[in-house]
Design a protein around this ligand. Structure first.
Ligand code: ATP
Ligand code: LTN
Length: 336
């Protein structure tokens, strides 16, 4: 049983491609740690993923594989709930109800919408715009108190709070107001290995710019060796002037548990080639047991399906209670 002091936490990740060490450090690593003190619900946001056109077979495979990867990274499906967003239609239902309370102006002002719609002129679908309403539904269905997200998602969380407040004011207290949760790790943004002023992104066309959680040791070391740095041959942290080196120091620190200061000490006087190799080795060493566990889990489709069925059931019980209240408060007739 969960103690009452535990807070309800909700977070989600899209099955939109290979998961990078950026996603891991910014999100998944925190999830595993946060489960110790909170009542956690984690979702695979496959409904969000279709705002970018997906190949059906690949979406299905990515979704299933991501369950195995999250479990391999330490998500504990006994204490926490892990489920697939599209398996619970309550999310789409609440999204519709909330979208009638959400202004188009609020959505068109979202930075992510502005960026993505500018880049995707040929596929500027309505989902790109209404995406934050679905995210609000995800969060509010579970009476979520805290939502660990990266800085890029804070604006969406603000919208979820505003919609919750608007609904509570118009009807009566229904939704808990969620708070963003940024851990020290969450602030660590991992940058592209090729253009270290841009964030590391799984949708980057250049695969040398990111390391995925499933990359082989040799690939990881090769990518670190090829990372763009500078020419002054000094290893210290300075995001402004030494973005590439600073990024590698952040990665090293995240995968060894050493502080940046400790890492700077360790690499004093060391050449760049040596440094890059050591970073690559450390990442590969950290990821090896995760990869091994992943390989076992992903082969066991029946187990993955059992985890999802159980997650759907447990999440569904909570979500249904909220949704039932919402329908009633809005005034939908439910019979005598
Ligand atoms: P894409 O790059 O394809 O747009 P993404 O890699 O940003 O996608 P998401 O599924 O949108 O992946 O993000 C999942 C989580 O990972 C979010 O909480 C986000 O803040 C975090 N995250 C993504 N990239 C990084 C990064 N480079 N550094 C730290 N955290 C990150
Ligand atoms: N939009 C998020 C994924 C996401 C999410 C959520 C995160 C979907 N629903 C609810 C937190 C809470 C993303 O792209 N990172």
């Amino acid at each position: 049983m969960h103690q009452t002091a535990q807070k309800r936490l909700f977070s989600a990740i899209q099955p939109s491609g290979a998961i990078t060490i950026g996603n891991y450090i910014g999100a998944i690593q925190n999830w595993a740690a946060l489960q110790q003190q909170n009542d956690c619900i984690f979702a695979i946001a496959d409904l969000h993923a279709i705002t970018v056109q997906q190949v059906p077979e690949i979406l299905r495979k990515n979704s299933r594989d991501l369950v195995a990867l999250l479990l391999a990274c330490g998500v504990d499906c006994k204490n926490s709930i892990l489920f697939l967003q599209s398996q619970l239609s309550y999310h789409i239902e609440l999204m519709w109800l909330l979208s009638s309370m959400c202004y188009i102006g609020e959505l068109s002002r979202m930075t992510q919408f502005k960026d993505k719609s500018a880049k995707k002129e040929e596929n500027c679908n309505a989902g790109l715009m209404t995406y934050p309403v679905l995210m609000a539904a995800d969060i509010l269905l579970y009476q979520t108190e805290i939502v660990p997200v990266g800085a890029d998602q804070k604006q969406h969380l603000e919208l979820a709070r505003n919609l919750a407040l608007r609904f509570n004011n118009r009807y009566s207290q229904t939704f808990t107001l969620p708070e963003p949760y940024i851990t020290s790790n969450g602030q660590a943004k991992i940058f592209s290995l090729q253009e270290p002023t841009k964030k590391m992104s799984k949708s980057d066309v250049n695969s040398l710019s990111y390391i995925t959680l499933l990359d082989k040791k040799e690939e990881i070391i090769k990518k670190c060796k090829r990372a763009v740095t500078d020419s002054d041959n000094q290893i210290y942290f300075d995001c402004q002037n030494k973005a590439g080196i600073s990024n590698l120091l952040t990665i090293y620190s995240a995968f060894t548990g050493k502080s940046i200061a400790e890492a700077e000490m360790q690499f004093k006087g060391v050449g760049y080639a040596n440094f890059k190799e050591t970073v690559g080795e450390a990442v590969a060493k950290y990821l090896a047991p995760i990869q091994e566990r992943y390989r076992e889990l992903v082969a066991d489709k029946r187990y993955i399906d059992t985890v999802l069925r159980d997650g759907r059931e447990r999440a569904g019980d909570i979500a249904y209670k909220t949704l039932r209240k919402v329908y009633k408060k809005i005034g939908f007739y439910r019979g005598e």
